[in-house]
Design a binder for this molecule. Structure first.
Ligand code: HEC
Ligand code: HEC
Ligand code: HEC
Ligand code: HEC
Ligand code: HEC
Ligand code: HEC
Ligand code: HEC
Ligand code: HEC
Ligand code: HEC
Length: 254
């Protein structure tokens, strides 16, 4: 079909090119287009052109896109028609539209401007809070944990599920037993600098106990109940372990 059209178009151009005046050629382009339109028979199928007409495009008048009878070279990028500056005047975004860099079809189809299935964040501009302020896009709801406005410290653009994306310290700000899981009652006596001993992936096992953040005497933990204590063959000694041991290893003793 397309080849058909092109050859018809080519023959029109050849027709008017005969006087071989270049100026006339330009006029002819236009004439060829008109003629082409007249030539389109009942079995013309727009879906066989470079631009299938779907949804609302199938309902639009031919002339709204083919202005001045121009067919070949009609723009195909959405933004070339859907802006206030192009030759073709189709619906354009309002001044309140979110700021984007990509073409419209990253987020829209020709079905409707208001049904946006997924906002492709690879083409948005600005920081999260610019849009996620409850006006341009969903913001924090009133029950949200107290937090700053750098949403991406804790969220990705895929879902509002919480991830420890950029969280490296101050765990206790949340892990205090009310905003999020805190220390259980049987927890070893420690400071609240959770990050000294824990990672964000899971609470247990603890790979390294940072003794800078333990509280109490050595024996309060190293009694074979909470943590490793003296073995059965240990030299007779008091329970003041720190006299003979450091926290870096039981062996060697001082
Ligand atoms: C929503 C916009 C739009 C509407 C409405 C539209 N077209 Fe098109 N049409 C295009 C675009 C875009 C192309 C591709 C142009 C290109 O590739 O150079 C095209 C291509 C064509 C071509 C082929 C030109 C070629 O490349 O060979 C013809 C013929 C054509 N349209 C006729 C029509 C007719 C007839 C109607 C009305 C029934 C119509 N069009 C409605 C946008 C539209
Ligand atoms: C060749 C010009 C042209 C191109 C390219 C084009 N459109 Fe359109 N589009 C129109 C025209 C004309 C209409 C009907 C009149 C209007 O809505 O302004 C329309 C209608 C629409 C509508 C319906 C608007 C409404 O209010 O019902 C949507 C949505 C739309 N286009 C999206 C797109 C998307 C997405 C693209 C890119 C994939 C695109 N258009 C490419 C010309 C174009
Ligand atoms: C990153 C995603 C994204 C891109 C890219 C995008 N839009 Fe939108 N657009 C949206 C969202 C989200 C809405 C709001 C939908 C709603 O009302 O629920 C919207 C709404 C609209 C509306 C109706 C409200 C208004 O502000 O006018 C129009 C018209 C529109 N877009 C046109 C466009 C056009 C034209 C382009 C390309 C130049 C484009 N959009 C690119 C996401 C996008
Ligand atoms: C230019 C505006 C804009 C920016 C910037 C932006 N978003 Fe969005 N985002 C939207 C819109 C619009 C939606 C869809 C409508 C809504 O949720 O209100 C959305 C949806 C989301 C969703 C829901 C996704 C889903 O599928 O449920 C998440 C999560 C999200 N954004 C996170 C972020 C994060 C994190 C940032 C910063 C890194 C960010 N967004 C930056 C406009 C933006
Ligand atoms: C310090 C971490 C943190 C920051 C920063 C943060 N959030 Fe959240 N957000 C959370 C946690 C935790 C949840 C609960 C989700 C869960 O349990 O998986 C949540 C849930 C949400 C939810 C879904 C549940 C609800 O409350 O509606 C939305 C929407 C949300 N956040 C938006 C935002 C936005 C917008 C920003 C930036 C302005 C932001 N958040 C900043 C931690 C954070
Ligand atoms: C902004 C709040 C916040 C901060 C800060 C925070 N977390 Fe979380 N964390 C949560 C939430 C919400 C959950 C999920 C609900 C829960 O477990 O209570 C969670 C879950 C966890 C889990 C369980 C993970 C799993 O999948 O079982 C661990 C482990 C964890 N956090 C460790 C940490 C550590 C370590 C830090 C400090 C480096 C930290 N968190 C900082 C809010 C936070
Ligand atoms: C001095 C190191 C240290 C500090 C600091 C510390 N923990 Fe722990 N935590 C541990 C050890 C050791 C365990 C036992 C882990 C095991 O069974 O492997 C533990 C266990 C836990 C568990 C239970 C894990 C399970 O599933 O049995 C939670 C929850 C927990 N800690 C939360 C916290 C929170 C919240 C903080 C900060 C407020 C914190 N911890 C500070 C060392 C520490
Ligand atoms: C609040 C509890 C607690 C206190 C107090 C404590 N520790 Fe620990 N310590 C632990 C835990 C838990 C471990 C890791 C599990 C285990 O070894 O049973 C550990 C591990 C050790 C290790 C093995 C380190 C390694 O890398 O192999 C040594 C050595 C040690 N502690 C010495 C001491 C000494 C010496 C003191 C007193 C100065 C002390 N600890 C105080 C809880 C404590
Ligand atoms: C008077 C000094 C002294 C005191 C006090 C002492 N230890 Fe030891 N401990 C030793 C010596 C010596 C060794 C053997 C080290 C070597 O082979 O280099 C030893 C070895 C150990 C070992 C490794 C071998 C084994 O028996 O399993 C552990 C564990 C240990 N001590 C725990 C403790 C704990 C827990 C305390 C406090 C409740 C403690 N020690 C108090 C002198 C002492």
């Amino acid at each position: 079909m397309r080849n058909d059209l092109i050859s018809r178009f080519a023959s029109r151009v050849a027709d008017c090119f005969r006087p071989s005046w270049f100026v006339l050629f330009l006029t002819c382009g236009c004439y060829a287009n008109h003629a082409l339109a007249l030539d389109l028979g009942p079995d013309f199928d727009h879906d066989e052109t470079n631009f299938p007409l779907d949804y609302k495009h199938a309902l639009a008048d031919c002339e709204s896109c083919h202005v001045q009878g121009i067919f070949i070279g009609t723009p195909r990028r959405c933004v070339d028609c859907h802006s206030n500056s192009g030759r073709i005047k189709a619906s354009a975004p309002s001044s309140r539209h979110i700021r984007v860099v990509g073409d419209c079809d990253y987020c829209h189809t020709s079905d409707s401007w208001t049904t946006v299935v997924r906002v492709d964040h690879s083409v948005v501009i600005g920081s999260c809070i610019n849009c996620h302020n409850g006006v341009a896009a969903e913001g924090k709801n009133p029950g949200h944990i107290p937090s700053g406005n750098f949403c991406d410290d804790c969220h990705t653009t895929y879902s509002w599920k919480f991830y420890h994306v950029n969280v490296v310290n101050n765990c206790v700000f949340c892990h205090n037993g009310s905003i999020a899981t805190g220390k259980n009652p049987g927890h070893i006596q420690s400071t609240s600098t959770c990050e000294d001993c824990h990672r964000t992936s899971s609470w247990a096992p603890v790979l390294r106990v940072d003794h800078g953040s333990v509280l109490g005497t050595c024996f309060s933990c190293h009694n074979n109940v909470i943590a490793r204590g003296k073995g059965p063959l240990h030299v007779p000694s008091s329970n003041d372990c720190s006299v003979c041991h450091s926290v870096t290893g039981w062996v060697p003793a001082f």
